[in-house]
Design a protein around this ligand. Structure first.
Ligand SMILES: Cc1cc2nc3c(=O)[nH]c(=O)nc-3n(C[C@H](O)[C@H](O)[C@H](O)COP(=O)(O)OP(=O)(O)OC[C@H]3O[C@@H](n4cnc5c(N)ncnc54)[C@H](O)[C@@H]3O)c2cc1C
Length: 394
């Protein structure tokens, strides 16, 4: 049984990182991706120093670093007054403290780095157009059921199949994710289309009552990533629906023109209604475990969903090495190590959405007062638990 590969459902950032991590420990895997092509949506992603620790552990440190844009700061602006609230420097002090930078990267580039490494490994077998619908296990192996195909036999099954994971439905059975009522619109524009006075080398957050705007440069400064979010209490999940500018404007009439103009400069806006789930402690069943958004989907307010998926992957590989051939112990200890940390990020992401991104009135004044008075070291102390992580700690 030892020679059976691990089956991984899902070829997103989490699934590919898991395959690489296992390969680094000499464990073969088969990645089954439902889509006809392996890829990511054309938007940006922020990557904390914890993700860079993971890149090194996955053997793609140089390749990932070459694709990143190294921003100088995380900037918090008051979207109503148009005034700065706080700046967290990401300079040598930050890098010294966390032993790695904070950066932004195009999703396709990040996914591409992981995909190239998987393609170059003779321990990773990639299959597209394979939809995993469920599993059966007998104590010695696990059978992954695939729509319209023969089942595949593996030593373990990792459900890295995202927010609406089919593996989770069998393993946990907690139904549809929670619709947050937050609507996010995304656009990626050429840098020359971005207002000149806002072309900052920063991940900038304009925080306003029930709404916010985020922007940062991408792809060696060729592009700007725009993400604007409106907490409009919608109740239905939507993913990637094209919308016109007028619709995007609707949630931003009450903010300063300087911030609002960003919407005017965007193109080809697309809409997502954000979802997450309540944290759970148990995402393992014998030889089957979840990873990434399948295990702990979160709102994007800490910019950590993909970072957590990569930490999961590093931890998974480590446990396979530690428990050599004892798959059930490896998976059980993987989940034990990951569950509290990822639950904390899930819960904190909701809290910072409410108290930092979207407060109004007195709550917004409290935010401005508290956050504008923090020194860089105080910021680093507050973020140490998160950015210092590697996947090998909890
Ligand atoms: C607006 C927004 C901004 C974000 N910003 C950041 C950020 O700045 N930093 C950060 O770290 N994270 C961010 N995230 C979160 C991040 O995008 C996700 O956490 C991450 O992509 C999850 O990766 P995953 O591989 O677990 O899941 P996914 O990316 O969802 O991949 C799952 C894969 O499984 C496939 N699949 C699904 N079902 C099946 C099946 N039955 N069989 C086979 N394959 C299947 C899918 O096609 C997909 O390829 C953001 C999210 C949002 C919504």
């Amino acid at each position: 049984m030892k020679s059976l590969p691990v089956i991984i459902a899902g070829g997103g950032i989490g699934g590919l990182a898991a395959a690489l991590s296992l390969a680094r420990k000499g464990v073969a895997s088969i990645v089954l991706e439902r889509a006809a092509e392996l890829g990511e949506i054309g938007a940006g992603i922020q990557i904390g120093p914890n993700a860079f620790h993971c890149f090194d552990n996955l053997g793609v440190g140089d390749e990932a670093r070459a694709k990143a844009v190294y921003i100088d700061s995380l900037r918090l602006m008051d979207a109503v007054s148009g005034e700065p609230i706080a700046t967290i420097p990401l300079d040598h002090r930050f890098r010294k403290r966390f032993r790695n930078p904070y950066a932004v990267v195009h999703r396709a580039d990040l996914h591409g780095v992981l995909l190239d490494a998987c393609r170059n490994s003779n321990l990773v077998d990639l299959h597209t157009s394979h939809s995993v619908t469920g599993y059966q296990q007998d104590g010695d192996s696990v059978q992954a059921q695939c729509e319209g195909r023969k089942p595949l036999l593996g030593s373990a099954l990792i459900g890295a199949d995202g927010l609406r994971s089919d593996i989770r439905q069998q393993l946990v059975g907690d139904g549809e994710p929670r619709v947050s009522g937050h609507t996010t619109y995304r656009s990626v524009i050429p840098t020359e289309q971005m207002p000149e006075d806002l072309r900052w080398n920063a991940a900038t957050l304009w925080a306003g009552p029930k709404c916010h705007i985020v922007h940062y440069p991408l792809k060696g400064w060729e592009l700007f990533n725009l993400v604007v979010t409106y907490h409009n209490d919608v109740t239905e999940a939507v993913a990637g629906k094209p919308v016109n500018k007028e619709e995007v404007y609707r949630g931003f009439e009450h903010i300063a023109p300087r911030a609002r103009q960003i919407i005017e400069h965007g193109d080809n806006w697309k809409l997502w209604v954000l979802c997450d789930r309540n944290p759970i402690l148990d995402w393992v069943d014998g030889r089957v475990a979840l990873l990434g958004d399948a295990a702990h989907p979160m709102l994007q307010y800490f910019a950590q969903g993909a970072c957590m998926a990569m930490e999961d992957a590093v931890c998974l590989g480590h446990m396979f090495e530690l428990y050599q051939g004892d798959v059930e112990s490896a998976l059980d200890n993987y989940v034990r190590q990951r569950r509290v940390r990822t639950a904390r990020v899930q819960l904190d992401s909701r809290l910072i959405g409410e108290y930092i991104y979207h407060p109004d009135g007195a709550a917004a004044e409290v935010r401005n007062h508290v956050m504008s008075n923090l020194t860089p070291d105080q910021w680093y102390d507050k973020l140490g638990w998160l950015y210092g992580g590697t996947g090998l700690d909890n």
